[in-house]
Design a protein around this ligand. Structure first.
Ligand SMILES: Cc1ncc(C[n+]2csc(CCOP(=O)(O)OP(=O)(O)O)c2C)c(N)n1
Length: 338
């Protein structure tokens, strides 16, 4: 597992007595903290008017991306959404190039031409974020088809919000994936809201039943619990890799911020009380750090050090992006397909 190697390098200090399990759990903590602090910087860039356009923050949902991506190999594929920074980071993208992309700089993953909603990183199997709700379902299923056809044993994960349950393409693709036993996992991140509308106003019936209707194996997991997401996804990946076909994983979670960074006054569609409850009672980082300490996988000193290391990593990455040059005008038509 690649993360185990990384975690050994990153977290060994003062941890001689910790087991390999501890290394993994601390690594998962670190990964989630990286997403959260990355997103805080994005919000700051927006507030200071340094970032063109908008971004959709993933804060609150970190355990899903980290738990799922930890169950994948580097060469496994993911496809992502408009709320995709967490997916990119969890799959291995580097924050400096991501910030550069957000600021439209040449050093960005798409040479500054894609922005927040189009980050792709083939080196880590990331086939790209997608601003079209449900737009990456066909891409992930196609990637799974190619993996099966070529016999590479790769698996594809398609992340999407519950808003994509209203898109017909999802059902066409699940039908094909089941018929052809494709190694694809459809990960539905249910954060309860499609933009400014509660999902229960748009979504009839039980969500997993929609996958089950095609015979696709479906499971539901607490998306705030990284250990549960990781363990469940690892099982689904294993069965996909051995040829048992697609799966659907419903992760119940919550976004702390608005639909996008500019969505500040939200009380007309959800209450401050509801937001406060998720943050104080179900925060995926706080509950996990309490567990790490209770189970003696880490102590408060180690967690504080990780926090400050990541804070400075993100600060440096932002500074890199701010100082980086924009693409030159003659680049405007390069790598653009229409
Ligand atoms: C095909 C399509 N229709 C509408 C939109 C506008 N839109 C952007 S995000 C969004 C809601 C997405 O909700 P969900 O899929 O649950 O993801 P979340 O924002 O909650 O992460 C909509 C309707 C779009 N981008 N694409």
């Amino acid at each position: 597992m690649t993360a185990m190697t990384d975690s050994k390098n990153l977290n060994r200090q003062s941890t001689e007595t910790r087991s390999l399990d501890s290394d993994l759990w601390v690594y998962l903590y670190r990964q989630r903290m990286r997403i959260r602090l990355f997103e805080e910087q994005v919000n700051e860039l927006y507030t200071r008017a340094l970032m063109p356009g908008l971004a959709h923050l993933y804060v609150g949902e970190e355990a899903v991306a980290v738990g799922v991506c930890e169950a994948l190999r580097n060469d496994d594929y993911i496809t992502s959404t408009h709320r995709g920074h967490g997916h990119c980071l969890a799959k291995g993208a580097s924050p400096d190039r991501m910030f550069a992309e957000l600021l439209g700089k040449e050093a960005g993953y798409c040479r500054g031409k894609g922005g927040s909603m189009h980050i792709a990183d083939p080196a880590t199997g990331n086939l790209g974020a997608n601003a079209i709700v449900g737009g990456s379902v066909g891409i992930a299923t196609g990637a799974a088809f190619s993996a099966k056809y070529l016999g590479t044993s790769q698996v594809a994960v398609c992340f999407f919000g519950e808003g994509a349950l209203g898109q017909g393409v999802l059902y066409e693709e699940m039908n094909m994936a089941q018929l052809w036993k494709l190694p694809v996992i459809y990960v539905c991140e249910n954060n309860s809201y499609n933009e400014y509308t509660h999902y229960l106003e748009t979504t009839a019936g039980e969500i997993p039943a929609r996958a089950a209707a095609f015979g696709v194996h479906a499971e539901t997991v607490d998306g705030q619990d990284v250990r549960a997401v990781y363990a469940t996804c690892a099982r689904l990946v294993e069965r996909a890799r051995r040829g048992d076909g697609p799966a659907f994983l419903l992760c119940d979670t919550y976004r702390y911020h608005g639909h996008h960074v500019g969505d500040i006054n939200r009380e007309y569609y959800r209450s401050k009380k509801e937001e406060g409850q998720w943050k104080s009672e179900r925060d995926p980082i706080k509950t996990f750090s309490d567990w790490l300490i209770d189970e003696k996988h880490a102590d408060a000193v180690l967690l504080a050090r990780i926090h400050s290391e990541i804070k400075s990593e993100m600060q440096k990455a932002v500074e890199f992006a701010i100082a980086a040059p924009y693409p030159t005008v003659d680049e405007a038509e390069q790598d653009v397909y229409a």
